[in-house]
Design a protein around this ligand. Structure first.
Ligand SMILES: Nc1ncnc2c1ncn2[C@@H]1O[C@H](COP(=O)(O)OP(=O)(O)OP(=O)(O)O)[C@@H](O)[C@H]1O
Ligand SMILES: [Mg+2]
Length: 208
């Protein structure tokens, strides 16, 4: 569904390639994690796959095969529009208005009473839930998760990760979860790709 071959990436002002010869495939409905330490270009990799890197800042060589799949990223911190209500933050990504669909999504994460709230009046975990249902609202084939749970306390994290995992599996959404947290990786996915630091290469792949 998504095939990445021989990815090499460097920032224009860095000497060496920071991601070096990385290859992996994401199969239909598969969820896997890419695990490597903090400060190791996790967000950079997600942005590369999502097509968000600035061509003036990076040099990127790769072969990528992607067939019309819809990709969406759930960012590390909730990226909601502050001057729009919770409801409007979701409706804005829909091609056509669909109140029923939006209500279903709000109910899915127990936020149905908060549709009229602005993001700043919602706690961080409520915002992260909104962030997540906004990703679901566009019916993605592939979701890229950039450590969306890292800002949450342990109890909330467990609860939200369980919810997210159930929803991803129910909806058969393929997913790449990039993280530095081994416990989170093991919880969310059966397959984990371990990367090394500097230069970043694939160390091993484990299937639970
Ligand atoms: N435009 C740029 N030019 C040069 N270096 C950059 C640029 N953007 C980011 N970097 C550097 O790339 C490195 C990796 O950043 P990135 O945000 O991808 O790491 P990360 O693994 O997601 O970090 P974290 O664990 O904090 O989320 C950082 O050292 C950062 O300073
Ligand atoms: Mg990051």
């Amino acid at each position: 569904m998504l095939e990445i071959k021989n990815l090499r990436l460097k920032y224009i002002d860095s000497k060496d390639f920071i991601l070096d010869w990385i290859s992996f495939n994401l199969r239909k409905w598969e969820i896997f994690s890419i695990l490597w330490p903090s400060w190791c270009w996790k967000t950079t990799l997600i942005n590369a796959i999502g097509g968000l890197l600035d061509e003036n800042e990076v040099i990127l060589h790769w072969e990528v095969n992607l067939h019309n799949e819809n990709i969406w990223i759930v960012f590390q911190t909730p990226s909601l529009i502050p001057w729009k209500t919770a409801y409007e933050n979701i409706s804005i990504v829909l091609k056509k208005q669909d109140d029923e669909k939006i209500l279903r999504l709000f109910k899915m994460v127990d936020l149905q009473w908060y549709e009229g709230y602005f993001p700043k009046k919602l706690s961080i975990w409520m915002q992260q839930r909104l962030n997540f249902i906004r990703a679901l609202a566009i019916d993605p084939d592939i979701l890229l998760l950039d450590e969306p749970f890292s800002a949450l306390d342990t109890v909330t994290k467990k609860k939200i990760m369980t919810e997210f995992k159930d929803i991803l599996e129910d909806r058969n959404i393929a997913c790449i979860f990039v993280t530095h947290n081994e416990n989170e990786a093991e919880f969310l996915s059966k397959k984990i790709i371990y990367l090394t630091q500097k230069p970043t290469k694939i160390k091993k792949t484990e299937n639970a």
